[in-house]
Design a protein around this ligand. Structure first.
Ligand code: AP5
Ligand code: MG
Ligand code: ZN
Length: 216
């Protein structure tokens, strides 16, 4: 399956990607995760992206498109892909049209997870992540077994640098102005399905499974 997961910051894209990956075994491509990995390793890409990400701004299209082009050309994507956080602008969506044709894997479904600002602020402020393995937690809804310790690898949990209220406001603006127009872009093609992200993590996943099982 060739899937896009869309939604504002904190809607649950990463959380649901993990569950989709476990059930359907589709390569999970998160541009945010790829940028964070590059920053951790201090690569050229990481140094270029760092200031944009920490302040909550979108990384320029040509950088992001180049990254996804390379990733989609890897052999595992011949069986499909789950894009999380890409595309986020109209030029990125247009580039994806071309890239997906090149690998003969056109987008089949766009799942748009919705949530309101109050909930997004709450989720982002309560999120904790593992700096070592990337696992993600929530202080109330997805608690680690031992307070502040990663279940997967035992490292101490941290907050993402862009999970401050200042950066979140910039990210929400970027979503409204640059990403939300993609809902129309994909709705006009008949590809967009909405899921209510205010439900529990498991109920959101149930809705997503219903949508994906129809595509299969
Ligand atoms: P990215 O990493 O994609 O961040 P984002 O879009 O802001 O989204 P988040 O990862 O914050 O939220 P999420 O929807 O994954 O929520 P999660 O599942 O973690 O991008 C980061 C930055 O990279 C961008 O700002 C930009 O600078 C750059 N970038 C990335 N892609 C780009 C692109 N294409 N173009 C340009 N720049 C790009 O959930 C959040 C919390 O809520 C967690 O604690 C979770 O446990 C909890 N939770 C989730 N679902 C539920 C639920 N249903 N009920 C209760 N709690 C829940
Ligand atoms: Mg995420
Ligand atoms: Zn860990």
């Amino acid at each position: 399956m060739n899937i896009i997961l869309m939604g504002p910051p904190g809607a649950g894209k990463g959380t649901q990607s993990e569950k989709i990956l476990a059930k359907y075994n589709i390569p999970h491509i998160s541009t945010g995760d790829m940028f964070r990995e590059a920053i951790k390793n201090q690569t050229k890409l990481g140094m270029e992206a760092q200031s944009y990400i920490n302040s909550g701004k979108l990384v320029p299209d040509e950088v992001t498109i180049g990254l996804v082009k390379e990733r989609l050309s890897q052999p595992d994507c011949a069986n499909g892909y789950l894009l999380d956080g890409f595309p986020r602008t109209i030029p990125q969506a247009e580039a994806l049209e071309k890239l997906s044709q090149e690998i003969a894997r056109p987008v089949e479904i766009v799942v748009n997870i919705t949530a309101n600002k109050d909930v997004l602020v709450e989720r982002i402020s309560q999120r904790r992540v593992c700096p070592s393995c990337g696992n993600s937690y929530h202080l109330t809804f997805k608690k680690p077994q031992v307070e502040n310790v990663c279940d997967g690898c035992g490292a101490s949990l941290i907050q993402r640098k862009d999970d401050t209220i200042e950066s979140l406001n910039v990210r929400l603006d970027a979503y409204e102005n640059q990403t939300k127009p993609l809902v129309d872009f994909y709705s006009e093609k008949g590809l967009c399905k909405e899921v209510d992200g205010l439900q529990s993590i498991d109920d959101v996943f149930k809705n997503i499974q219903d949508i994906l099982d129809e595509v299969k």
